[in-house]
Ligand binder design. Sequence first.
Ligand code: ADP
Ligand code: ASP
Ligand code: MG
Length: 412
Amino acid sequence: MKIIVQKFGGTSVADAPKIRNAARRVIKAVENGYGVVVVASARGKQTDQLVADALELNPNPPKREMDQLLSTGEQQTVSLFAMALEAMGYDAISFTGGQIRMMTDSSHTKARIQSIGAERIHKQLDKGKIVIVAGFQGIDKDENITTLGRGGSDTTAVALAAAIGAEECEIYTDVDGIHTSDPRIFKEAAKIDEISYDEMLELAHFGAGVMHPRAVEFGKKYDVKIHVRSSINESNGTIITHEVPQMEGVTVSGATVQKDMAKISLVGIDNTPGNAAKVFAHLSKAKVVVNDIIQTEISPEKANLSFMINLSDLDAAKEAAEQIKDEVNCDSIFVRDDIAEVSVVGIGMRTHYGVAEKMFGALAEAKVNIDSITTSEIRISCAVDEDQAEMALKVVCTAFELGKPAEHRRKS
Ligand code: ADP
Ligand code: ASP
Ligand code: MG
């Protein structure tokens, strides 16, 4: 049987009419001969509401309890979805992450999928049922409920698509596909028809909230065709796929802003082998995810070591830095909690020059100070003041003409 995974995000299942609308998409695929596995998110802003409820009772809630609570949002959607399908004349069954053995590690609130039991899903599909799975959640080896990080239902969907051998994974959302930038900030952003896994991975890691980064990683690793599209209209969205040579003709495919970042600098640590290893071993023990690392020798004896993290990890990271400070003979610790990162991404950067010059020029003209710069082969990121972040993104988008579709920006 041909199988398709269809994932519906929060806005696409926010109320009864929207769930019915989503159910119609599912029925269409069933009528086209597919076995359908649905992955659903919590309705509307429910996850935000649950977070707020938790913080009202405890400003620092235990992460295990947070996962136990947040997973209920998705659990409600999947049973409602199954009920809607039954009412429309189709057999459906819903499952939580635990019920389909979505096994993860024990990093509560940012767990990573380790394995998925596909048998239960195949059994139900063979019986002719539509299977509906709660996104964003799993269980660890001790049966504790875990969640995959905000936006993690995308990852559930792509990982499931890989595990059950689906032909395609459709991600239904509130935009027509991946755009050159967040259309909520840069209104003129153009829709992208096709994008490589590598570009999407960089965009997702650096702030394009439309896809969870781990979902793209799974897609690339297990060769899952991902189609990001609108749940409101029938138009084709964006296919995330392997790179083809003509993609290189576009120098910059997209731009992002990542807010809520912080930077910790260990100033004047001893310039001796093993110190960076000590610092990052400590951060990893504290389960802090580090985004960018910059180390510079400032004299034969001393070096500065800076790293970027999400604001939510700041307390844990500061504590870890304080604990390791003396061991690496650090003069002082400098912390910034008001940082955002603006990035441009494109595989065309491998073969075309001038991107850095254009980006820095646009920021200079807009009087945006650059705190630090990091790059990969296909990305340039500038850390800037959070207050200027959206303006900085807009000027960068304008400089690279990201309001125009790719075919108008292609170079030979
Ligand atoms: P869902 O609830 O369906 O998972 P999300 O809110 O997680 O939806 O993702 C969709 C949103 O992502 C869009 O409304 C858009 O504002 C935002 N977004 C950020 N960057 C991009 C981008 N490059 N292309 C499209 N949407 C983007
Ligand atoms: N409901 C979760 C969130 O809001 C997961 C998701 O929507 O993907 O982050
Ligand atoms: Mg999302």
